[in-house]
Design a protein around this ligand. Structure first.
Ligand code: AMP
Length: 147
């Protein structure tokens, strides 16, 4: 089996994310692969159901601020692990969709993801790992999170 060359690591900033990152970097080192870090900011437009649904106007400015903070945190994580910050990206949307698409865009041959993270362990595989496993066009490693 040929070595992995391009590894996407999905980082959710949960306490478990360190285990995912460590395993991904370990594999990248063994395979001399390029590492790409991705974080997805999830947004649900805040809707005021008080009278009738309206989009709260400062939603967009909040979004910018949250994305900026996530970019800073991801860059810090990248620096701590000597990962090129050009290989980090913060996307907005649904994590399972964005992670899979980003792996496709980067022509990744491996996605490293936690078995569960912020959404807990409601299922054997969390709400993100399971759909990524089914929709990815490359190998997926679900790192078993030890709580
Ligand atoms: P969950 O399904 O939320 O329990 O998370 C399982 C794993 O999916 C996490 O350990 C991360 O690797 C990945 N993940 C979940 N949410 C995100 C997110 N917003 N951005 C990047 N990766 C995520």
């Amino acid at each position: 089996m040929s070595a992995y060359q391009r590894i996407v690591i999905a980082v959710d900033f949960s306490p478990a994310c360190k285990q995912v990152l460590t395993r991904g970097i370990e594999l990248a080192t063994q395979n001399q692969a390029a590492v790409f870090l991705v974080h997805v900011v999830e947004f649900l437009p805040p809707i005021d159901f008080g009278y009738e649904p309206i989009i709260v106007p400062d939603w967009y400015s909040n979004e910018e601020e949250i994305v900026k903070q996530a970019e800073e945190s991801l860059a810090q994580l990248a620096n701590e692990h000597s990962i090129n910050t050009d290989h980090t990206i913060v996307l907005t949307g649904i994590p399972k969709t964005e992670i899979t698409q980003h792996a496709r865009d980067k022509q990744a041959d491996l996605i490293v993801i936690g078995s569960h993270g912020r959404h807990g362990i409601q299922r054997i595989l969390g709400s993100t790992a399971y759909p990524v496993l089914h929709n990815a066009e490359c190998d997926v490693l679900a790192v078993r999170i030890v709580d």
